[in-house]
Design a protein around this ligand. Structure first.
Ligand SMILES: [Mg+2]
Length: 430
């Protein structure tokens, strides 16, 4: 099942059985297979023979506006949205930028762990490599930071992956969409994130988004279903036609999720994202069989192999994509293609991405024709930018996919230095 933008539910694509027959690959092999690999091989061409000469990592903390519960650390910890900017210089002097966006209240990586992993374990492993050899770089990263249940430290690795995509685009004069043989796409409708501390704040928060042109809203739900149902009723009453997307971030137990899913559906919520912790596979099976709402995975699907397993076991209806969670654009693209092939829903989400990371997500969602409003809330919650022209939503709540080579953004050295200085004085960075 899939939900259209208007919230209606329809059937899409072929059956799971047809998909699995067509896939015909082992879970371990899917990363190197498929259309993404074919397209890369067709347009790669490192004719100048450049190599990765230098990789630099800049840990920073962006200032934020408003309240987003995932950015709140324990008392005494530095405020702001932590990020490691990654600068890769090729042997001909061309530069690519990437960004790792750890958010320890959402996943286990921290600014400190990402910085150390990159500087100590990943940079030495990829120095001297061909920047166009994205599969080789991922293999080198995975060999030095091993997998746990899935890809190890994917958020740290995403910074390198994104920087190489930018670098290859800059080296060839191509946008990411051009390198993928696709149209740039966009503009992309954005969804406004609601996470009120109390229900009586909700209408004011909706109003804030509405004033900025947003017409679609995503709500953070769980663990309290009574609160969640009332929250969704308030949003639906105020914005009856908006796409109201509920994300539990793994916060329900199975009994609660089974009880709340049909009630959310009755209110008009079209999808339920990550109702259970990622490793509750049997529970996902039960929710899928219940069929009250399309079940969307986020935290639980990191690598393409994970996604294949979830499809094989019939545990989901779609995935809220985010390159930062998946180790970067290469594995994220592969997952979008797997979802397309399986006739499942491809939603676009984010990790409160600052502009470099945001540009990577926009490139992916634009090129692959995202059909639902994207929960990319960097522009909503982040006050700073290091790029020359800040990525800014239009007055109608949509945002353009940046044009130009690579990510289509240019890091401004002065802005970066100011942010580094401010980050150092606000709190010691690693
Ligand atoms: Mg989510």
């Amino acid at each position: 099942m899939a939900s259209a933008r208007d919230g209606s539910v329809r059937s899409t694509g072929r059956s799971r059985r047809e998909f699995l027959t067509a896939a015909g690959v082992s879970a371990a092999g899917v990363f190197a297979a498929g259309r993404a690999a074919d397209a890369d091989a067709a347009v790669a061409g490192n004719s100048a023979g450049v190599t990765i000469e230098r990789v630099e990592v800049f840990p920073v903390r962006y200032r934020t506006v408003g309240r987003f519960r995932f950015l709140e650390g324990p008392p005494g910890t530095p405020e702001g949205r932590a990020s490691c900017l990654v600068k890769i210089t090729a042997s001909d002097g061309t530069i690519g930028w990437g960004e790792s966006v750890p958010i320890p209240k959402w996943s286990y990586e921290t600014l400190e762990s990402a910085t150390t992993a990159l500087q100590t374990y990943i940079v030495p492993a990829i120095s001297g490599m061909d920047p166009f050899d994205l599969y080789g770089v991922h293999r080198a990263m995975d060999a030095n930071i091993a997998a746990s249940f899935s890809t190890g430290m994917p958020i740290a690795k995403a910074g390198v992956d994104i920087a190489l995509h930018d670098l290859c685009g800059k080296l060839t004069g191509q946008s990411l969409a051009q390198r993928w043989g696709r149209a740039r796409g966009g503009p992309i409708a954005l969804s406004w994130t609601l996470n009120p501390k109390a229900l009586d704040e909700t209408e004011k928060l909706i109003h804030d988004g509405w004033e900025r042109g947003y017409r679609n809203f995503n709500v953070k739900v769980a663990p309290d279903p009574t609160y969640d149902l009332e929250l969704c009723r308030i949003v639906k009453r105020n914005v009856p036609d908006g796409f109201l997307w509920a994300d539990a971030n793994g916060g329900y137990d199975l009994a609660t999720a089974l009880d709340v899913a049909p009630k959310l559906a009755n209110i008009g919520v079209p999808v339920l994202e990550q109702p259970l912790p990622p490793n509750r596979l049997a529970g996902y099976g039960e929710l899928k069989r219940q069929g009250a709402l399309p079940i969307i995975m986020d935290e639980g699907v990191v690598s393409p192999a994970d996604l294949i397993e979830f499809i094989r076991l019939d545990l989901l209806d779609g995935v809220a994509m985010k390159p930062a969670r998946c180790g970067g654009l290469l594995p994220a693209r592969r997952q979008v293609e797997i979802l397309e092939d399986a006739g499942l829903m491809f939603l676009g989400s984010g990790l409160t991405d600052p502009d470099v990371s945001l540009a990577a997500s926009l490139a992916l969602y634009g090129a692959y024709g995202l059909k639902f409003p994207a929960a990319l809330n960097g522009p909503q919650f982040i006050a700073d930018s290091v790029v020359r022209e800040r990525l800014t939503p239009r007055a109608d709540g949509t945002i353009d996919v940046p044009a130009g080579p690579g990510l289509g953004v240019e890091v401004d050295g002065e802005k970066l230095n100011e942010l580094l200085e401010r980050s150092r004085s606000a709190a010691p960075t690693p």
